[in-house]
Ligand binder design. Structure first.
Ligand code: IYR
Length: 222
């Protein structure tokens, strides 16, 4: 049995070349303003905004269109507190010796340490899980393809959607993430991918001075 069905691609829009150039330049200018922020306000954010940003993320391309992701949106203060406590335990071990000296030195300019107050301050922790495999309608294991690439793309779209909406986010990966399955009751086929901390920046939020590589450093045209 074939599950094939095709329709004409009517949603596609071509822009005149000048407009295309302008749109590309404008989008670059907009994305250049995005920063990862570690100082959050506790101001609430309507959940509808988060829902639409996740809908956008979940429109991402994925291997065999498996859509191998789960987004757990945590706003409950008790659950945020549990994540905060567990994360600071693994980070204490990371900074106290698990990490190589080289790694800790590479992070120095970011000013990070074992303390993660944003995990309780920010209104949302969007915890992203990658599904190593799925299940079919009969409950049989279903293979997923290119899971890391797929979830990475969806996460990139989510970061972009949140920025576009006027929010900030932080891509936060605790030194060990297995506790997230336990705290959030996620099944063992789901592997924690990252926490996207989301909300408004604190009024006095600061960001590190960082450079981005130039086009010539990241791209080769041949
Ligand atoms: N998870 C730790 C360490 C850390 C690692 C990397 I790679 C960073 O870009 C930033 C931090 C922490 O969040 O402090």
């Amino acid at each position: 049995m074939s599950g094939r069905a095709f329709v004409p691609y009517r949603a596609y829009r071509e822009y005149p070349l000048e407009e295309m150039k302008q749109r590309a330049a404008d989008f670059f200018a907009e994305m250049k303003r995005r920063r990862s922020v570690r100082h959050f306000s506790n101001r609430p954010v309507p959940v509808e905004i988060i829902q639409d940003c996740i809908r956008a993320a979940s429109s991402a391309p994925s291997g065999a269109n498996n859509q191998p992701w789960t987004f757990v949106v945590v706003s409950n203060p008790e659950i945020k507190k549990q994540i905060h406590q567990a994360a600071e335990i693994v980070e204490r071990e990371f900074y106290a010796g698990e990490a190589t000296k080289e790694w800790v030195e590479a992070l120095d300019h970011l000013g990070t340490d074992q303390f993660k107050p944003f995990l309780v301050t920010a209104p949302y922790l969007i915890v992203i899980f990658a599904q190593r495999h799925g299940y079919d309608a009969d409950g049989q294991k279903k293979k997923h393809y290119y899971v890391q690439q797929s979830v990475g793309i969806a996460t990139g779209i989510l970061i972009t959607a949140l920025h576009n909406a006027g929010l900030v986010s932080l891509t936060y990966t605790p030194a060990k993430m297995a506790f997230l399955n336990k705290v959030l009751s996620r099944p063992s086929n789901e592997k924690p991918f990252m926490i996207l901390v989301t909300g408004y920046p604190a009024d006095d939020a600061q960001v590190p001075v960082l450079g981005k590589k130039s086009l010539g450093e990241v791209a080769i045209f041949m």
